[in-house]
Design a protein around this ligand. Sequence first.
Ligand code: GUN
Length: 284
Amino acid sequence: MTAKIISGRETAEHILEKELSKKVEVLKTKNIIPNLVVILVGDMKASASYVKQKEKFAEKAGIKSEVRRFESDISEKDILSEIDKINNDPLIHGVIVQLPLPDHISVAKVLNSIHPSKDVDGFTPNNVGKLFLGEDTLVSCTPKGIMQMLRISGTDLNGKNVTVIGRSNIVGKPVSILCQSENATVTMCHSRTKDLNHKLSDADVIIVAVGVPKFISGDQIPNGAVVIDVGIHNIDGKLCGDVDFDSAKEKASAITPVPGGVGPMTVCALIENTIIAAERIHSA
Ligand code: GUN
């Protein structure tokens, strides 16, 4: 079997140009321009490149975006006061703090300080709690993008076995909740999981978010499974994911590529969340 490629790049382009830009046009007739602020601390190359993509997608959808850059020695107090200003600025609808942050800044404190209505990353306790309870909320971007990719690939999760590898707050935990809300049976695996191959053996869908290059290979994938690869790594100048694409594509029925898979869908979800936040703030 050679897998169908689930292109995040093409899907994101389609959603941005055909769906989101139309919503933005409607908001603009009411003099509302969705506005996203990205806080970027320090000079990490990977973070700078992710932020650039966020600006590019914002422009494609026709929303405003602004990157506020700070030196890596900025104090926690100064970041918190910047977020406070943003929380109180009626012309800003969404804010994200690009992670990771330098060690002297508490990620929890910073994220907790973002007003939940502007938390377009869906990282605040309020929004995570709502997701857990199955309430309408701003859903964090990578899980949201993954669910959209499963939908466009025609994967109905009802009664299916989903194995998630990785238990992060950003991907593994929230995506497991979203899959359960679509009636999947979810198995959570992580670095201490015994006999991972057994946990994969009856999986209909495998979501890999472990942060280890080519951690999963084709021989661990049941025939016909759908594989979602969340990882992205630069190995000797070549990008790869958490899945060994070449061997996996011979076993999977559908697979996301790296690059051009989950990454663009994550950014697309961020833009969608900013539009939703603007709609909600102005209808409240
Ligand atoms: N760093 C890596 N992924 C993310 C993300 O989804 N949001 C933020 N804010 N930082 C990140």
